[in-house]
Ligand binder design. Structure first.
Ligand code: KG4
Ligand code: ZN
Length: 345
């Protein structure tokens, strides 16, 4: 079985084809990044993103089919991100998918973007349900139990900024280009993580909600103090990057420690932990969280770096899962900017 996936919820226009059998499940993975169009604004401009999706999407779909060496009529289902995300972009992808599905009489599947992140690890790893999931992206920061396709239990989430936003905003304050996360990781390698210290949010508190706005404000204050007499040096930037990365990891670790105490008996028994979302591409964060999981006896998995950040493989993969269960969506399905994972089934 072959499923075409479409992803347009933020600033990546992506299309991919996955198949249900064989050693290579990913037949194509096309991503047209819009970073150049947004970087001069320091973040994604929704109107620019929606217009760019409109012109980039059909060439991306065509390329995904060409690379997979499949004509559209060989595709068994078309899956598209229908939320959560920037509504203009989500609508472009959803409408394109519905149109192709209707014209070619192919089933359509509305996929939740977060579910794509949550499930993609199993395309290459032997991940079994139920598992504990740390989902850290630009739009979301959540800790959940994943009991199956469509079956999620939220344990904690951010009360304010997401982890990705924290990286992006502090990166901007120290003059690093958008998106900040990968640049922070690069510069952190040459920095001193102990030079700028801020308190760890919610440390010592029960539960596993996150809060990052205080950390962002603390860094803003330190950065303006450090740049009062002279512009930041390259070493200052490296040290801020390393200190931020270290502080974010500390905050995540403290919440994971609590989450591991809160999990249900089924998750505790299965001892499987997945880290996903754009920030899961960060090798330092991965290593720190993996250590906590392993110390608790859990097997820890994360997707390959190119499947952590937004892509259409994860959308096609979830679509394939639903298609195999015979679950399809109506062409009336309304795209949405908010769509909680624990409200799916
Ligand atoms: O999952 P994603 O591609 O998009 C959303 O669904 O939001 O995540 C994007 C976020 C951005 O905030 C970006 O800065 C962050 O993931 N990110 C990283 C790294 N790569 C991407 N953060 C830290 N280190 C990285 N290597
Ligand atoms: Zn995402």
């Amino acid at each position: 079985m072959y499923v075409l996936g479409i992803e347009t919820s933020c600033d990546e226009t992506a299309a991919a084809v996955v198949c249900s059998e064989g050693t290579e499940r990913i037949l194509s993975n096309v991503i047209c990044s819009q970073i150049d169009m947004h970087s001069e604004y320091g973040g994604v401009v929704p109107e620019i993103a929606a217009r760019a999706h409109e012109s980039l999407l059909f060439p991306a779909i065509q390329k995904a089919l060409n690379v997979a060496q499949l004509p559209l009529h060989s595709i068994d289902a078309i899956a598209a991100t229908c939320g959560p995300g920037l509504i203009g972009g989500v609508m472009v992808g959803a409408i394109a998918a519905k149109m192709l599905a209707l014209a070619h009489n192919i089933p359509f599947i509305a996929v939740n973007h977060l579910e794509g992140h949550a499930q993609v690890c199993s395309i290459s790893e032997d991940v079994t349900f139920p598992y504990l999931l740390l989902l850290i992206s630009g739009g979301h920061s959540q800790i959940l139990e994943v009991h199956g396709l469509g079956k999620y239990k939220l344990l904690g989430e951010t009360l304010d900024d997401s982890v990705g936003e924290t990286f992006d905003k502090v990166a901007r304050l120290i003059g690093l280009p958008y998106p900040g996360g990968p640049n922070i990781e690069k510069r952190a390698q040459k920095g001193d993580p102990r030079r700028f210290s801020v308190s760890t949010p919610l440390k010592g508190r029960s539960g596993c909600d996150f809060s990052f706005s205080g950390m962002k404000t603390a860094f803003r204050t330190l950065i303006s103090q450090a740049s009062q007499s002279a512009p930041l040096s390259e070493q200052d930037v490296n040290d801020f990057a390393a200190s931020l990365q270290w502080s974010v990891a500390e905050a995540l670790v403290s919440r994971i420690v609590n989450a591991l105490k809160m999990v249900s008996d089924e998750v505790r028994h299965n001892k499987t932990f997945v880290i996903a979302g754009g920030v899961a591409a960060n090798k330092y964060i991965r290593a720190r969280i993996t250590e906590v999981g392993n110390n608790a006896g859990y097997k820890v998995f994360y997707p390959p770096v190119n499947l952590c950040t937004d892509n259409a493989v994860m959308i096609a993969w979830v679509g394939l899962g639903y298609h195999e269960k015979g679950i399809h969506s109506s062409l009336d399905f309304e795209p949405r900017s908010r769509w909680e994972l624990d409200s799916l089934l």
